[in-house]
Design a protein around this ligand. Structure first.
Ligand code: ADP
Ligand code: MG
Ligand code: MG
Length: 252
């Protein structure tokens, strides 16, 4: 589904990603962990098409396309979804309108008819119930005045409405209390599907108590310095990121 090859990227001449290699297949869940400022959000945003970065080397294939030559809209229509570390507020646009517009844009791209208002509403209400969101949230402007936990729930709602092929979640767990964390974890687990891949970007192991990834990668200074199974996250929690660095030096 996604194949990243020797990806190098810079901002203002400063190299942030320094040779990323990653293969993600349908049905898999990958966690990308790593210390602050290691480049996790940069990688996530570059994949989604944010035009802030200069790719200086390497390539990315997504569903057989050259991802880097696709517009952000095309990426979204081809099923890529990025949940931001800091969800954006969109004053004046209701949650309902936002979701309906996004969903119908994707349907149109795939030559499917628009969902009518009633079908859309009943589908959205059912999904809202699952994430514990009140109906009233549909009429509120997207994320405006939402608490941290409400923004995260809203991201999970967006996911469950848009049903992406590749979901990239950047620090979806940050700032959540334990109940919200479990709810978000349930939402993510619900999204698991043989046809879908999920990339979870997270600094902490906490979320991974409830969501068990197939693969864990440690990003440090713009490179994946270690990959493993779910156990790797446990070891990181016990020993910290310094443990990987030390381990790396030992093995060199
Ligand atoms: P992480 O998500 O792993 O904490 P980021 O990808 O946010 O790391 O940041 C990686 C590095 O890139 C940091 O040193 C950060 O300061 C730098 N960086 C990120 N965005 C910008 C930007 N817009 N301009 C300049 N530097 C940036
Ligand atoms: Mg950070
Ligand atoms: Mg980040």
């Amino acid at each position: 589904m996604l194949s990243i090859n020797n990806l190098h990227a810079s901002i203002d001449g400063k190299e942030i990603l320094r040779g990323i290699n990653l293969e993600v297949k349908a049905g898999e869940m990958h966690a990308i962990m790593g210390p602050n400022a290691s480049g996790k959000s940069t990688l996530a945003q570059l994949l989604a098409g944010r035009e802030l970065y200069d790719v200086t080397a390497g390539s990315v294939r997504y569903l057989g396309h050259d991802l880097l030559s696709m517009s952000p809209e095309q990426r979204a229509c081809e099923g890529m979804f990025l949940a931001f570390q800091y969800p954006v507020e969109i004053p004046g646009i209701s949650n309902a309108l936002f979701l309906k517009t996004a969903l119908n844009a994707i349907r149109k791209y795939h030559l499917q008819p628009e969902l009518d208002a009633m079908d859309f509403l009943s589908m959205v209400r059912e999904r809202m119930q699952r994430v514990g969101m009140d109906d009233a949230m549909l009429l509120r402007a997207v994320n405006e005045g939402f608490s941290g936990g409400e923004k995260k729930r809203n991201e999970i709602l967006q996911l469950s409405v848009l049903q992406p092929r590749l979901a990239i979640l950047d620090e979806t767990d940050s700032g959540l209390d334990i109940d919200a964390l479990k709810l978000i974890a349930n939402g993510i687990n619900d999204m698991r599907d043989p046809a879908r891949a999920i990339i979870l970007v997270t600094h902490y192991q906490r979320l991974l108590d409830y969501v068990v990834p197939d693969f864990v990668h440690v990003l440090s200074q713009g490179r994946i310095i270690k990959s493993g199974g779910a156990d790797l996250a446990k070891n990181l929690e016990q020993h910290g990121y310094g443990w990987v660095n030390a381990d790396e030096i030992d093995s060199e």
